[in-house]
Design a protein around this ligand. Structure first.
Ligand code: ATP
Ligand code: FE2
Length: 324
């Protein structure tokens, strides 16, 4: 079975073709970036509108298949920025109408979680989902992904992006912060863990304030990473202890960060647990994960009829019924 998939929830427009044996025959992506400011939703949406047709063409060429050979369409239905989701939905509708094949709507966050299955044979892990707006510690219990802990205001990626934007590093900020942190030393920043939840807005305000007062950006990058990632590691360790699970899977764009991987890995080793991080190629947004999750849902009987195709900007991970 061949699944064609579309991702377009935020900054990345992507098209992939994947089969039920996890073979990836096309993986086309194009990320909207800015030199200085943050992401502007309408600009990102215009980017996607322009790029979807081109990426589809390239994907079919890369996979060496005709559109008539595709069996299933999977699209990212939410959560995400409404203008971006709208363009993804429009393109999905256009293609569903052309090809007259089944369509499944995928939760982008759930696709990040199950993307780990493309690479590893994990059984029942604690997921650390560290992305832009979303940062959650998740455990699959029965038919739901239970959110055991999460950020109270902004996600870890958005926090890094906000800091980067304020100090003029451009978007996305995470990779730049990681680079600069290599030459930094520690300055104290607020560490706020409330039960199983994490609060990151105070630390960013403080770091921006210290930057205005002349603390060098390298030191702030280093200290932001050390402090924020220690909070995440603390909550993950408690989730492991509570559930008695022995695997941790790190997913989402921030999984690309070597220091976060190192901290979680050390904690896991100390507890005899296994640590897996989705590598850079698949940690950020792409359509491969949308296809894989789409195939899982379709095989379990899921499908959306053409008239019911829609989007859900606030679709939470724990609202998805795990039928697969
Ligand atoms: P979500 O999945 O929650 O909807 P998203 O799709 O915007 O959010 P991803 O593409 O999964 O998020 O991740 C993007 C985030 O990852 C950005 O905030 C970016 O700064 C961050 N990021 C990317 N690389 C790194 C890195 N090396 N270190 C830290 N953060 C990083
Ligand atoms: Fe994402």
């Amino acid at each position: 079975m061949l699944c064609l998939s579309f991702e377009g929830t935020a900054h990345t427009c992507a098209v992939a073709i994947v089969n039920a044996k996890k073979q990836i025959s096309a993986d086309q992506r194009d990320q909207y970036t800015t030199e200085k400011g943050g992401i502007i939703p309408n600009e990102a949406a215009a980017h996607h509108k322009k790029l979807f047709p081109e990426l589809l063409k390239k994907a079919l060429l890369e996979a060496k298949v005709k559109s008539s050979e595709i069996d299933l369409i999977a699209y990212s239905r939410g959560p995400g920025l409404p203008p971006c989701l709208h363009e993804t939905l429009n393109f999905t509708k256009y293609l569903a109408n052309e090809l007259k094949i089944p369509v499944v709507g995928v939760n982008h966050s759930v696709a990040h979680l199950t993307s780990a299955e493309l690479l590893y044979s994990v059984k029942n892990p604690i997921y650390v989902y560290a992305a832009g707006p979303n940062t959650q510690i998740i455990s699959l219990e029965g038919k739901r992904f239970r959110i055991m802990g999460e950020v109270l205001s902004i996600g870890v990626g958005n926090a890094l992006d906000k800091f980067a934007r304020e100090v003029g590093l451009g978007f996305p900020g995470g990779p730049k912060v990681e680079q600069l942190a290599k030459n930094g030393k520690y300055v104290e920043l607020p560490y706020v863990v409330k039960g199983m939840d994490i609060e990151l807005s105070g630390i960013i305000t403080k770091a921006i304030d210290l930057h205005k007062k002349g603390v060098v950006v390298e030191d702030l990058c280093f200290s932001l990473q050390e402090t924020m990632f220690a909070m995440l590691t603390e909550v993950t360790e408690r989730a492991l202890a509570h559930t008695q699970k022995n695997e941790v899977v790190l997913v989402g764009g921030v999984a690309a960060n070597k220091r976060l991987c190192e901290m979680l890995d050390i904690m896991c080793r100390e507890r005899d647990a296994k640590f897996y991080a989705v590598p850079l190629k698949y940690s950020g947004d792409q359509a491969v994960m949308i296809a894989w999750q789409g195939i899982k849902q379709f095989n379990a009987g899921d499908q959306i009829h053409f008239e019911k195709l829609d989007m859900n900007p606030l679709w939470r991970t724990d609202q998805v019924e795990v039928i697969w």
